[in-house]
Design a protein around this ligand. Structure first.
Ligand code: CP
Length: 317
């Protein structure tokens, strides 16, 4: 594992597999009455969320607390960013308190890499613009492996607003790394240019092409990133043409969505509530996967066997 996690491609297939195994160990801890281990006692984690978040912010905070770290959570609103302080000066200030990890979400692609220049702390990218969301990819891989089965050989279809989606970018790279076939389906205006070559996926503009997929990954319409120009005629027409509903699925297909959901736009209301989807497990698995990432960056010794032994000690307490 590198000192920071800025993109899913910072880790290789073996490291992803190891992280998912560590997450499984933390799942066992979470099944206990006392859901806390001393693994990161005396360590400091600063969560810096410059952009809105429910799932990532909450699960990172809880993950740090369950590992007994000192956790400080700062949101853009209410911080000195509102007075015009730059990202550099914010990071330099926080770095002076000697944190072990900065978890950063930012609206600009590349912000987490930039922040890493001004701190010795490990940096975890919790979502930067439309660039990357590596811990989302890890929790998605964990969820599919647990709920569907081995990822190698599965077909995963990402549907909708691929162009603006960091979830898709990281997910596509992650699923491909683990041996899945990946395709993307969406309107031409919401597909990145040269998607086939740049992402290494099959590309279609026909929603019927989700039929072959084992897993249908529905993407949020990222309206906040689309700018003033209309990229779809209307949300109603988008829903009619690309919205995923029971009628568009065949039996056995599993549905994912990273959230937050636009009900009735990219996913039908009753499908979003269907307990057969992976949406709730995705949210739940976020915490244990983020515990695994924090553990690996801060506390795990070099080498898988040593690490297993250290984690065994940590979770036995
Ligand atoms: N999936 C995800 O990143 O959700 P939040 O924006 O709520 O963190």
């Amino acid at each position: 594992m590198p000192r920071s996690l800025l993109a899913i491609t910072d880790v290789d297939r073996a490291e992803v597999a190891r992280l998912l195994r560590v997450a499984n160990r933390f799942r066992e801890v979470m099944a206990r009455d006392i859901k806390k281990v001393p693994t990161l006692r005396g360590r400091t984690i600063v969560n810096l969320f410059f952009e809105a978040s429910t799932r990532t912010a909450t699960s990172f905070e809880l993950a740090g607390k369950r590992l007994s770290a000192d956790v400080i959570s700062i949101k853009g609103k209410g911080s000195s960013l509102e007075k015009g302080e730059s990202l550099k000066d914010t990071v330099l200030t926080l770095a002076s308190y000697a944190p072990d990890v900065l978890v950063i979400r930012h609206q600009s692609a590349g912000a987490c890499a930039l922040a890493g220049r001004y701190t010795d702390a490990a940096v975890i990218n919790a979502g930067d613009g439309k660039h990357a969301h590596p811990t989302q990819a890890l929790l998605d891989l964990y969820t599919v492996e647990r709920e569907v089965g081995p990822i190698d050989g599965l077909h995963v279809a990402f549907v909708g607003d691929i162009a603006h989606s960091r979830v898709a970018r990281s997910g596509i790279a992650g699923f491909r790394m683990m041996g899945a076939k990946v395709s993307v389906v969406g309107p031409p205006t919401l597909l990145p240019r040269h998607a086939e070559e740049s992402l290494g996926v099959d590309v279609s503009t026909d929603i019927a092409d989700i039929a072959d997929a084992d897993v249908v990954y529905v993407l949020r319409m990222q309206l906040e990133r689309m700018g003033p120009g209309r990229l779809v005629p209307s949300l109603r027409e988008y829903a009619a043409t690309y919205g995923v509903s029971h009628a568009r699925l065949r039996p056995g297909q599993r549905v994912m969505h990273a959230g937050p959901i636009n009900r009735g736009v990219e996913i039908a209301d009753d499908l979003a509530d269907d307990p057969g989807t992976l949406i709730v497990p995705q949210a739940a698995n976020g915490m244990i996967v983020r515990m695994a990432v924090l553990y690996d960056l801060i506390a795990a010794p070099e080498g898988a066997s040593e690490q297993r032994s250290a984690l065994g000690d940590a979770v036995a307490v």
